[in-house]
Design a protein around this ligand. Structure first.
Ligand SMILES: Nc1nc2c(c(=O)[nH]1)N(C=O)[C@@H](CNc1ccc(C(=O)N[C@@H](CCC(=O)O)C(=O)O)cc1)CN2
Ligand SMILES: Nc1ncnc2c1ncn2[C@@H]1O[C@H](COP(=O)(O)OP(=O)(O)OP(=O)(O)O)[C@@H](O)[C@H]1O
Length: 192
């Protein structure tokens, strides 16, 4: 199966999970992220707004806000095609839908920072493998935006987020893929 076919299959399976399993998984996911020692001292956390059946980090976001962490969401870069900016999220703020229909904060009205200024980035993914390889939606947005973090000394902690069923035996690794430090699912935290 090629990457396109693999994406289609997993995305379809992800959208068809039951509401009950989604709730269960979102709860467990929030427990893992709030307990992971690697995340406790990190203040500036980029995460994502659930889309296309992804594991929902909304509960985790609530917990971080209650702990006075600063939460950011990805926004398609207004000038640099194919790149992301991270914009500060606060509950109740006006959100807009980007060209893929994903809600994002309006970058004109909130603090915005490139990836390297985050202390941790929770990265959505379509599939992962036990080596920490990640397959995304195929736009290359995260690969491009995280590339400057790869060799920098103060790189943010990169945490992939997925349902357990998204773990595959082995994914092809491309030269531009940025390996994750951790992957969190409803079942466990994988560390690489
Ligand atoms: N929740 C969430 N937000 C995110 C991402 C993500 O994976 N999840 N992204 C991670 O990169 C960025 C958006 N990247 C995306 C890349 C492709 C498609 C997509 O649905 N492509 C369609 C066809 C493309 C089109 O309509 O032009 C498809 O594959 O069917 C969606 C988002 C930024 N925000
Ligand atoms: N650092 C980079 N600079 C320029 N192009 C890149 C970079 N990283 C990835 N790309 C391009 O992005 C495209 C998508 O890559 P790939 O199929 O690996 O996506 P993906 O892992 O699903 O991405 P993502 O989740 O980041 O959207 C590829 O065509 C690749 O050439």
């Amino acid at each position: 199966m090629n990457k396109t076919q693999l994406r289609r299959l997993i995305r379809q399976q992800r959208r068809s999970l039951s509401a009950q399993h989604r709730r269960y998984a979102a709860n467990r996911f929030a427990n893992h992220t709030s307990r992971a020692p690697e995340l406790i001292a990190r203040k500036h956390i980029a995460v994502y707004w659930q889309n296309d059946g992804e594991i929902d980090p909304a509960l985790a976001i609530e917990q971080w806000l209650a702990q006075k962490k600063v939460v950011y969401l990805p926004v398609l870069h207004p000038f640099k095609a194919g790149h992301l900016l991270f914009v500060r999220y606060q509950p109740g703020m006006v959100m807009r839908h980007n060209r893929y229909g994903i809600a994002e904060p309006d970058w004109r009205y909130a603090a915005r920072l490139p990836a390297r200024f985050m202390s941790a980035i929770l990265v959505p993914l379509v599939a992962f493998d036990p080596r920490g390889a990640r397959l995304g939606m195929g736009g290359g947005y995260y690969d491009r935006s995280l590339a400057p973090c790869r060799d920098s000394g103060r790189r943010p902690l990169l945490v992939g987020c997925a349902y357990e069923f998204q773990k595959l035996e082995r994914l092809p690794m491309e030269s531009w893929d940025i390996p994750m430090h951790m992957i969190v699912t409803e079942d466990q935290c994988y560390r690489f």
